[in-house]
Write a protein that binds this ligand. Structure first.
Ligand SMILES: [Zn+2]
Length: 465
């Protein structure tokens, strides 16, 4: 079992300044009569004490956060150990509010899907800090908010989907062989929640739209409870809640919201929780461009959840149109991390140069270096050829230039090369291959080239199956 070193843990603790110490006057987003403004909520999130990026959260850190939130809440937030994971890690249940409408939110049922976990703590901190504002007071009067941050701490520790038994908890709703799944079902039954939020992350190849495909940064699903995808009053509520979330997020990520496939999965929790009487909204957090994707993704989760709870508390959710959910484009898988377009490829496989695009897939992984959790981007070539129907988070136009594999790691920009015919190198441009390249321009003599740029995608060559 890997643990954070005590030094790293102390550092993470100092980042978590008690919210009461940072109390300021409430921003308009909590005091106005008008519905929350998404950009104001996002800006408010930026003022909250910095937390580690979501993928770096461990069960131990969740325990510290859960105890802190409850202790600093002046009695507003209650905390109980809901259960223990297979390996004995605590699974926490926090609740806030005293309203007649119970709401249940759980995150990280899949250990490597963390974006919502810090957002749930930010949500609870916000309810505590602004409890006296009319908007939050109403929310706490009308709702009781039940939160399970990180249902699968053993999976989170290993940064893997499954629990320590190797079971996908989200396929265990019927057989209930996982203690984590049993804990969630017991809480669902005990609270009788009127709506549930099942908070996940989706593959970074997930896209939305075609012209061009864009990252599906958030995808929504009003979960079906039967094969026929019947629409009853409960499913209407989850569709309307999805519509509210769409309208909240669209100004922040225009064109980057998708609709998740609503096929009924007989073993899944969302589907069965819905069947047991709690309609479920699935939020799948996906890819986003930029240097700090985790901050963006957690911020979006925060905006989505605060807006949805506010709409449920105010009754505004009932005015939403289900069509705003149903008209979302469906998820597709047409996104690369990086696309290098229109290059003349010199693949190093012994074939003659040809014009093509190269699509590189990236997978975020957490490893432990010297006892510290570190986030990496593992990248590899996913596809090559005419890739015009795919989008990418990062585009590199190599029109009129040449692309070779980085067959010699000592080469740097400005280096002059002679490449004749159809060379063979130990590293090649081929599907599954390393995502390291030389971008070349023609030299002034036949068969000569100049290195314009060394392109390395990702920070590790570790290949993922
Ligand atoms: Zn998942």
């Amino acid at each position: 079992m890997r643990r954070l070193s005590s030094i790293a843990f102390a550092v993470s603790l100092t980042l978590l300044v008690p919210i009461a110490a940072a109390q300021t006057s409430a921003p308009p987003v909590f005091t106005s009569e008008a519905p929350p403004v998404p950009a104001e909520l996002a800006a408010y999130w930026d003022t909250l004490p910095a937390r580690p990026d979501a993928p770096l959260f461990t069960g131990e850190m969740v325990t510290v956060e859960a105890r802190r939130v409850a202790a600093d809440s002046g009695g507003l937030v209650s905390l109980e150990e809901l259960g223990r994971s297979v390996e004995g890690r605590s699974i926490w249940h926090l609740s806030a509010g005293h309203g007649p409408t119970p709401v249940l939110l759980w995150s990280q049922m899949h250990g490597d899907e963390p974006s919502a976990t810090p957002a749930l703590f930010a949500l609870l901190d916000t309810l505590v800090e602004h409890r006296a504002t009319p908007r939050v007071a109403r929310l706490l009067d009308r709702l009781t908010v039940h939160v399970v941050p990180m249902l699968n701490p053993d999976g989170a520790e290993r940064y893997q989907r499954r629990n320590a038994q190797g079971i996908d908890i989200n396929r265990d709703a019927l057989r209930l062989q996982t203690p984590e799944g049993r804990a969630l079902k017991a809480l669902r039954n005990r609270t009788g929640a009127v709506i549930g939020f099942n908070l996940h992350n989706q593959n970074w190849r997930t896209s939305v739209g075609r012209t061009p495909p864009r990252p599906a940064t958030i995808s929504l699903l009003a979960v079906a409870f039967d094969e026929a995808r019947t629409e009853d009053a409960r499913r209407v509520l989850s569709k309307k809640t999805c519509a509210v979330i769409r309208d909240a997020l669209e100004p922040l990520i225009p064109g980057q919201i998708g609709r998740y496939d609503d096929e009924f999965e007989v073993r899944a929790f969302g589907d069965n929780v819905t069947k047991w009487g709690t309609p479920v909204v699935l939020i799948e957090t996906g890819p986003v461009a930029g240097a700090q994707p985790d901050r963006q993704l957690t911020r979006l989760n925060f905006v989505a959840l605060v807006t949805a709870l506010d709409a449920l508390a105010s009754g505004r959710v009932h005015e939403a149109a289900t069509a705003r959910y149903e008209s979302l484009p469906e998820n597709e898988s047409r996104l690369f991390h990086t696309a290098i377009r229109n290059a003349t490829l010199i693949p190093g496989t012994g074939v003659a140069p040809f014009i093509g695009d190269v699509g590189i897939a990236g997978q975020r992984i957490v490893g432990t270096v010297n006892g510290q959790r570190r986030l990496h981007l593992a990248a590899r070539i996913e596809d090559l050829g005419d890739l015009r129907v795919f989008g990418a988070l990062e585009e590199i136009d190599a029109g009129g230039k040449y692309l070779a594999p980085l067959y010699d790691a000592t080469l740097a920009p400005g280096a002059r090369l002679t490449i004749a015919g159809a060379p063979r190198w130990p590293v090649t441009i081929a599907p599954g291959g390393a995502a390291s390249f030389l971008l070349l321009t023609r030299g002034d003599a036949p068969d000569t080239f100049v290195v314009e740029r060394v392109i390395r995608v990702g920070d590790t060559d570790r290949r993922q199956p």
